[in-house]
Design a protein around this ligand. Sequence first.
Ligand SMILES: [Zn+2]
Length: 260
Amino acid sequence: MRFTDSHCHLDFEPLYEQLTTLLTECAKQNVMRILVPAIGQQNWQKVLQVKKLGSQVNIDIALGMHPWFLKGVNDDTYQQLDAIVEQNHTSLSAIGECGIDGTIAEQHDNMAAQITAFNHQLALAKSYDLPVIVHHRKSHQQVTSLLKQAQLSKGGIVHAFSGSYQQAKAYLDMGFKLGIGGTITYERAKKTINTVSKLPLDAMVLETDAPAMPLNGFQGEPNSPLMIPRVFETLCQLRSESPELLAKHLEDNYSAIFGD
Ligand SMILES: [Zn+2]
């Protein structure tokens, strides 16, 4: 069995300082492919650089603007994003991470700015025929309606999916896969656990969001792509399929969006 971490910030500390060792360790644990999304202008160059460090482990990257980091973003920033995507589009696997965060919108009263940023990135994804890595929090309605309007050809991943079966279905119907991570290791995430146990086999990909989102039992520690096998184990407990079949589908689902 081999695994992909479809969402991992390898350019963040403490992952970056130990990257070579970490990637060797990942290969030993059969975590053979990792997607590194960007969060904004501050890490675009570093994400591009991380791609070059992949060896046994394949590194896929995305460039974009995370809805948490839109302060100070202006027309100039959008032009720079367009330019860096233009220059590097053949090395990119996706645009992102981008999306809508309802909690941040409430705290910073910036829903309009979030929608502008998301729409800009959806248009960019569409013009380069790239998938998107989508961040959501308390925002399923806005995210699904903006994705619907965008009519992307490649779909993408709804990262750290949590929600009902109906919410999941809305994304699946638009050709998206759902990122399944540490959330399912917490018993309190009943709704998401129930949804994940019933999803079609072609709906899911694995992720950690490392160094964020530690698994249950590891709170307070930085998360790591080495936790992918544990996320997988938890997923196996929620599903009726054999681990081999499940693992194969998880890999196929990732490849269906990003290629082999
Ligand atoms: Zn992330």
